[in-house]
Design a protein around this ligand. Structure first.
Ligand code: URA
Ligand code: SF4
Length: 194
């Protein structure tokens, strides 16, 4: 296992899969590495590739808005990363080979952060981290414990932008997350009024 700075530096120079070819930035992650809660998406899109930070496009703006509603903030009390750290061309799904090449970084990040809760944002993250045949529409909001970490999958904000009819379900997941944070996170106080 590498320390945080070596890990980050290694990732920023990584050429372990073909996604290195078209990238502008390796998107390592953002947030507080001491956070108790991690959000894990699928991979950078165009804006993330340009800016080097996860979830900064329209999807990211919606995600920030939802998280702020329960007092979670990337600058303070969460850490956000992706399954693959370089942008797949035309935003296609990452291939198994690319996921396999990149997973070591995420594993090492999780090992250093030691989160209490991991939220898998969207199908690819949930299939990779929870169960290979994960179905977001059926299983979103379900909690499972893996290696002592509470995990759930929820809708990708891009899906909520495409199909606003899913927003009430996503809101329920958010409320369930708030309950779980209250139950298992000692260092992430959420205001009583919420
Ligand atoms: N979608 C993702 O899954 N991750 C990002 O960082 C941005 C959009
Ligand atoms: Fe390396 Fe991951 Fe980028 Fe592939 S996607 S080049 S494994 S950092």
């Amino acid at each position: 296992m590498m320390d945080w700075e070596s890990l980050r530096d290694t990732a920023l120079h990584c050429t372990a899969c073909k996604l290195c070819q078209g990238r502008h930035h390796v998107v390592f992650g953002v947030g507080n590495p001491k956070a108790e809660i991690m959000f894990i998406g699928e991979g950078p899109g165009q804006h993330e590739d340009e800016q080097g930070e996860p979830f900064v496009g329209r999807s990211g703006q919606l995600m920030d808005k939802m998280l702020h509603y329960i007092d979670l903030d990337r600058s303070r009390n969460i850490y956000i990363a992706n399954i693959v750290k370089c942008r797949p061309p035309q935003n296609r799904d990452p291939e198994q080979e690319e996921i396999a090449a990149c997973m070591g970084y995420l594993r090492n990040q999780v090992a250093l952060i030691r989160p209490k809760i991991i939220v898998c944002v969207g199908r690819i993250a949930a299939m990779t981290l929870i169960q290979p045949d994960y179905k977001v529409t059926r299983q979103h909001g379900e909690w499972i414990q893996k290696n002592g970490v509470w995990m759930m999958g929820t809708f990708h904000p891009a899906a909520l932008l495409r199909d606003p009819a899913r927003r009430p379900d996503a809101f329920e997941d958010l409320m369930s997350l708030r309950e779980k944070v209250r139950a298992v996170c000692e260092h992430t106080p959420l205001p009583e009024k919420l």
